[in-house]
Design a protein around this ligand. Structure first.
Ligand SMILES: [Zn+2]
Length: 312
């Protein structure tokens, strides 16, 4: 026995949370889409329809992406989730980014292009291969090293919020599955609009709340991850936000990628563990050569392009 008070059984204080108003229209009137799971509640603005997390964890969301292992671990040492295996997904992501780079190069040949949230640089590599001059912004130090030292592509120092970039520097800016992580997407888009030349192109991919998979799964939609996805756009809300910060000629299309059948089984089982017995059964009856087959899937991401107002 000891006189020292025991800490065993003492409740850990709940993390600090803060409520935020709508990032698009400023209203604080919301309806709940999904109750809080400890890292935040998913709500929808009653005035403009934007879905977002509020209250949310009070800390700076960027800190979780600065952890070196974010892109390679499903669960980080901090206990928070990461990206599982970005390198393992290269066979799927690399050709996909090649298609996106080709699209941008067609509109802006030889572009000076900035990618925000560059991960380990697959898109940057493809942008360079398509004749463009890429720079990357990426919070993870490990990824910064890969981009700079292994690929020889410039990394803009600091985060989106801190980056000191001259106005009208870039012909194009790209963000792939990134904007939904921002604490302030409207402020971020405003910055990117300034960094673009008049007529400059922005390409964004992000989960689409209006897409079939979101509608089908309702509040169980796998993209509702309040610990990392703070905003959930649809065609209307992303269009309104882009217009609000000075973009025009906005197009919203389905974002289609090729996935192997084996990959789709693995993801479905991870996101919906209750389906595991069904997936196991399907896996057993799927012939080997069919498992590796890449099939085009639109699982509910949208691809948005727009131009900074001004000359084209
Ligand atoms: Zn609103």
């Amino acid at each position: 026995m000891t006189d020292q008070p025991s800490t065993a059984g003492m409740a850990v204080p709940p993390p600090a949370m803060r409520s935020v108003p709508c990032n698009l229209c400023g209203s604080a009137e919301v309806r709940t889409i999904r109750e809080s799971t400890g890292s935040g509640r998913v709500v929808q603005c009653r005035r403009c329809g934007l879905a977002y997390v509020s209250p949310r964890l009070a800390g700076d969301p960027r800190t979780q992406y600065e952890v070196d292992e974010y892109h390679e671990k499903a669960r980080l040492a901090t206990g928070r989730p990461g990206y599982t295996s970005y390198a393992g997904d290269r066979p799927i992501l690399y050709p996909y980014f090649g298609e996106r780079a080709a699209e941008i190069a067609q509109v802006k040949p030889g572009a000076r292009i900035l990618e925000v949230g560059a991960a380990s640089g697959y898109f940057l590599e493809q942008a360079r291969a398509h004749g463009m001059r890429p720079d990357g912004i990426e919070p993870s130090k490990a990824c910064q090293r890969i981009i700079r030292d292994e690929l020889g592509i410039p990394v803009v120092a600091g985060s989106l919020e801190e980056a000191a970039i001259e106005p009208s520097t870039y012909d194009a800016v790209a963000l792939f599955q990134t904007i939904e992580h921002f604490a302030d997407p409207r402020g971020g888009l405003q910055k990117m609009a300034r960094w673009l030349k008049p007529g400059g192109l922005i390409m964004i991919t992000t989960p689409d709340r209006g897409a079939w998979f979101s509608r089908l799964t309702g509040k169980r939609w796998f993209e509702y991850k309040p610990h990392e996805h703070l905003y959930y756009f649809d065609e209307r809300t992303i269009t309104r936000m882009l217009e609000a910060v000075g973009f025009e000629r906005i197009t919203v299309r389905r974002d289609v990628n090729r996935y192997s059948v084996a990959f789709l089984y693995e993801r479905l089982q991870r996101y919906y563990p209750a389906l595991a017995p069904v997936i196991r059964g399907l896996r057993r009856i799927t012939p080997q050569r069919l498992r590796a087959l890449g099939i085009p899937v639109h699982y509910g991401s949208m691809k948005v392009t727009a131009h900074r107002a001004g000359l084209s």
